[in-house]
Design a protein around this ligand. Structure first.
Ligand SMILES: [Zn+2]
Length: 206
């Protein structure tokens, strides 16, 4: 019971919806349906869908995706939010989480982080993406790291990735997708960790 007699969250949501104050409605739903679970999920979902029928909103898609975890339909909402605002850390993390935890699709989740890095310039995320690329596309890893170095010339991790990339390109070697050891381009098995390169390539070919 609140200080003023305490309206039920459902009633409060109805009032905010009717008044057209959607931002306040989203705040309420976030607090009551996600943080404190004092509003029923299906009620929260129905208000968000009603708003979205009138107006696109990245925040509404985002909250909807959080409410529908671990349901895979939430992936579409997470994608929408991220498409509308690719520089938002919340939206990027949410979408990447759907890919990596829900779908065990780390490749797609890294693509999300790459887009987020491009639009936000977040160096920490850029390094994470570059490190991931070292094992898959060492040239791309070098490009990303070089761009980070332009912005932060003292970034040691970026400098190391640029070096690895240059070395791999000049020697014609490619890093093992599992452990990063440089191997000849036609190697079928990694001599360091034993990864079956051929099978890995087949699995990751798109
Ligand atoms: Zn290896």
């Amino acid at each position: 019971m609140g200080l003023f007699g305490g309206k039920k969250p459902e009633q409060e949501a109805e009032d905010l919806y009717l008044s057209g104050d959607y931002d306040a409605l989203f705040d309420l739903i976030f607090r009551k349906a996600i943080q404190s679970r004092k509003m029923k999920k299906d009620v929260a979902v129905s208000y968000l869908k009603k708003v979205l029928a009138n107006r696109e909103s990245a925040r509404a898609y985002y909250i909807l995706s959080l409410l529908t975890i671990p349901d895979k339909s939430g992936l579409e909402y997470a994608k929408k939010a991220f498409e509308m605002e690719p520089a938002s850390e919340d939206y990027a993390l949410n979408l990447a989480m759907y890919y990596s935890e829900g779908m065990r699709d780390v490749d797609s989740s890294m693509k999300v982080y790459e887009e987020y890095w491009k639009s936000s310039g977040d160096t920490k995320i850029g390094i994470m993406v570059a490190e991931w690329y070292v094992k898959r596309d060492v040239k791309r890893a070098g490009e990303i790291a070089a761009e980070i170095l332009k912005k932060e010339p003292k970034n040691r991790k970026a400098a190391k990735i640029v070096k690895t990339s240059e070395k791999a390109i000049s020697s014609g070697e490619v890093p093992c997708p599992n452990c990063g050891t440089l191997l000849s381009r036609d190697a079928t098995v990694c001599y360091s960790c034993g990864l079956d390169i051929q099978r890995w390539k087949e699995k990751h070919a798109k």
